[in-house]
Design a protein. Structure first.
Length: 382
């Protein structure tokens, strides 16, 4: 198996839909769009039948990568990895409403979290983005952030104990602020940390009790620390991990009971990034396990879910790695390779692990499902 960047597929493939969510028993997927189908502009809805809602979006690659529900509306925030794409899309009563934000940046917002009555997205930004997005009462607000010129500030956002939280990512060595946003007062605060110097520090928070845990990604060896935030006190801890020396460590994790199961991402030039992580969120004791896959660019952002008391990881963005199911002790219970497909991020739907699968050669889109007995099924969509 070899490394292949997902960005290569942006140029080669014709992926119309890749990410999917559930709402009231229906599967919802916004237009994703790779370079060869930038004009595609439909929201896909699947329940009893397959339906599409035509929406008004300009040409762009990777239009929407995140969705959240606020009150009775579905909201999609703009990503647009290489294009100036400033559309926020709302679906209300199956009717599309197009909103525009005051920005011309690229790769703007990667994730969106909701507490049911509001939603918040921290800026990523392949170009400079100096605001976050806040949605409430049908209104979109651009919440100003310090304009430091930093690129790729944040990825994942979670809502917990009354606040929205996001760990620092950042392209530079110096961006080290945890973002905290109060949706009631609309107050934005930052918690500074003493994170070791590294680029692309953390991707996401995993919620365990009152604490948030961020797995170290990092483009530099020095970052090998679990970032932990107590959401009741704002106390920050850094726990140095005793793990093998490699960069771009962990970009996907799943909580099973009190243990985080994490899978390595890895750099394309490394040959020792084949170690998963077990981390106990109560004792902080941890260990590694060998997944037997050494090439870089493996398991990506939120590619894992808890399913049937296992952590199940999907090869989102890469056809060269296996779907893999791991128990709480780090044992690989099941795995299977489907190297003709690109998979989206999984959800649990109808008691099955479900996602969209794109066939690389035929360019057809499928709904993929995995049962608790590890039976797999591809149902063609179009």
């Amino acid at each position: 198996m070899t490394y292949k960047s997902f960005e290569d597929f942006y140029r080669e493939a014709e992926i119309h839909h890749l990410v999917v969510w559930e709402d009231n028993g229906s599967l919802i997927s916004p237009p994703f769009c790779t370079d060869n189908c930038k004009d595609y502009s439909k929201v896909m809805i699947l329940k009893d039948n397959l339906e599409f809602i035509n929406v008004d979006t300009p040409l762009a690659t990777s239009k929407f990568n995140a969705m959240a529900k606020v009150d009775e509306s579905l909201w999609f925030v703009p990503y647009g990895i290489w294009d100036q794409f400033n559309v926020v899309l709302e679906i209300k009563n199956n009717k599309p409403i197009t909103h525009y934000i005051n920005s011309s940046s690229k790769g703007q917002f990667y994730n969106l979290a909701s507490n049911g009555s509001s939603a918040f997205s921290a800026p990523l930004g392949y170009d400079t983005v100096s605001f976050a997005l806040f949605i409430k009462n049908g209104i979109i607000k651009q919440i100003p952030m310090p304009n430091t010129g930093e690129l790729k500030k944040h990825m994942g956002v979670v809502f917990h104990n009354g606040y929205y939280w996001s760990p620092p990512r950042g392209e530079s060595y110096d961006y080290n602020q945890i973002l905290k946003f109060n949706p009631d007062t609309e107050e934005l605060n930052f918690i500074k940390t003493d994170i070791p110097k590294s680029r692309r520090k953390y991707s996401d928070f995993i919620i365990a009790g009152d604490k948030l845990f961020a797995l170290p990604l990092g483009r530099d060896f020095e970052l090998k620390h679990m970032l932990i935030v107590d959401t009741l006190t704002d106390l920050v801890e850094l726990v140095e991990l005793n793990v093998p020396r490699f960069v771009k460590k962990y970009n996907a994790g799943v909580l099973l009971e009190d243990t985080i199961i994490a899978m390595p991402y890895g750099h394309k030039d490394d040959k020792e990034n084949n170690y998963g992580l077990l981390f106990n969120t109560t004792t902080y004791k941890h260990s590694t396990f060998d997944i037997g896959q050494e090439f870089g660019g493996k398991y990506r952002f939120r590619s894992g879910i808890e399913f049937n008391n296992l952590a199940v990881f999907f090869p989102t963005g890469s056809p060269n790695i296996e779907i893999i199911a791991i128990d709480i002790t780090g044992n690989i219970i099941w795995k299977k390779l489907f190297n003709e497909y690109i998979f989206g991020r999984p959800i649990v739907y109808n008691n099955q692990a479900t996602t969209i699968a794109y066939h690389i050669k035929t360019k057809k889109h499928y709904l993929f499902s995995l049962t608790k007995n590890f039976e797999t099924k591809f149902t063609m969509l179009f």
